[in-house]
Design a protein around this ligand. Sequence first.
Ligand SMILES: [Fe+2]
Length: 177
Amino acid sequence: MRKVTLMDVYTHPVAQKYLNRSGKAHAIACAYHAFKLAVQAGINPDLAVKAALLHDIGHYEWYTAGGEWDYETYRRNDIHAIKGAERAHKLLIRLGEEPKAAKDIALAILLHTDSYLPEGDLHKDTLQQIVKKADEMDEEPGGHHHYRQIDESLAMKKITELDQKVQQALQPMKRSV
Ligand SMILES: [Fe+2]
């Protein structure tokens, strides 16, 4: 059994606050993409879905002006990946996540965008590449993916289903150890 489920993460008030800000529909869609990519790549889908769900929780309210995102301010001052990594790490540790798992998830969030990083090639591991790709797979022009809405009961259903998928995917992994 996992110590912390995706539902534990999703329903935490801290996650709810920031997921509402950056878009729940986008976060959940990314978590689904990340699950598929992780299974294909043969890496732990539990870490991938948690990192993808939380990848944008570092966004600030001051990016928005009158309810719409101010992309000028956002591009100039953005550190959402840094802030998100830190917020996710704190949240996961508080929920009782394994420290190494919390670190790996936080690092994947830190590196999910290179818009704020100095130029140059980083050697990203598979989890880090997957979270970046899952985000890109759900991106819409003009940042519209942040505004897409999802009904709360559907969101809960999707999180429950994804938890079940992760649990199933982890079974054969355990047996083969
Ligand atoms: Fe994103």
